[in-house]
Design a protein around this ligand. Structure first.
Ligand SMILES: C[S@@+](CC[C@H](N)C(=O)[O-])C[C@H]1O[C@@H](n2cnc3c(N)ncnc32)[C@H](O)[C@@H]1O
Ligand SMILES: Nc1nc2[nH]cc(C(=O)O)c2c(=O)[nH]1
Ligand code: SF4
Ligand SMILES: [Mg+2]
Length: 214
């Protein structure tokens, strides 16, 4: 049934990631994910959730009275109805971003949406799930994100970006796995290599800790 979606949570917080960092934002977290990244901070969204109609989701989002909406999960694109949700949010005038694992096709996403496409690293345990064809669909309004577990992930990401000229497609974010890779180490590696990437630490976890609903 594509006119409803399974939803883990809808909440209002500061955007903690991407170039929209710090903006008051409504988050819609869709339930379910076909991947199992070892570091996942949203495993509570793998199962359960509440089935909601698109109209009910739109209504709850609108109640927060803020223009920025981030659709995430779980893996949002794993539910077919996600596309209609994204389009309806854009039609309603919201500025919409989508957090996706890069495992499912992004080219059918409404072009008004800013697509934040994760490239899964070896340290995630899910590197073989990357859908490399997605890279050819990225535009300047999208962002590439690499969440890094350790130095080996950093070198893998750096070499991938350099060998394939990925810096030119869209902004690139390097983010350390929370309380695993020290952010200062990542910062110093990027400075030493002079990489044109943005090092980003999850703002909401600095403010409120690692928990649902923030
Ligand atoms: C929970 S995922 C949901 C969207 C999608 N499944 C994905 O992986 O992009 C949202 C973002 O959080 C990142 N993330 C998950 N756990 C993390 C952690 N422990 N530390 C840093 N980033 C994390 C993911 O890599 C992804 O960029
Ligand atoms: N504040 C806040 N910002 C976020 N940006 C992306 C998130 C996500 O879980 O995808 C997230 C989240 O969970 N909380
Ligand atoms: S793809 Fe995203 S939601 Fe799924 S396990 Fe990985 S980080 Fe978690
Ligand atoms: Mg999160």
């Amino acid at each position: 049934m594509s006119s409803s979606l399974r939803i883990t949570e809808i909440f209002y917080s500061l955007q903690g990631e991407t170039s929209r960092l710090g903006l008051p934002t409504v988050f819609v977290r869709l339930t379910g994910c076909p991947l199992r990244c070892g570091y996942c901070d949203s495993a509570y969204a793998f199962h359960g959730g509440k089935r909601m109609s698109l109209a009910a989701i739109l209504e709850e989002v609108a109640q927060h009275g803020t223009p920025y909406v981030c659709v995430t999960g779980g893996e949002p694109l794993a539910q077919a109805g996600c596309h209609a949700l994204l389009t309806q949010l854009c039609d309603a005038g919201f500025s919409v971003s989508l957090e996706t694992s890069g495992h499912l096709p992004i080219e059918t996403v409404d072009p008004r949406v800013s697509r934040i496409v994760d490239i899964k690293t070896p340290g995630s345990g899910e590197v073989e799930k990357n859908l490399w064809a997605n890279l050819q669909h990225l535009t300047a309004r999208d962002e590439l994100k690499l969440v890094l577990v350790h130095r080996h992930d950093y070198e893998w990401a750096r070499d991938l970006l350099q060998d394939n000229q990925l810096f030119t497609l869209c902004p690139v974010i390097f983010s350390p796995v929370w309380e695993s890779l020290p952010p200062r180490d990542l910062a110093e590696w990027v400075l030493a290599d002079k990489l044109p990437v943005r090092v980003q630490v999850q703002l909401h976890k600095i403010l409120w800790g690692d928990k649902p609903g923030v």
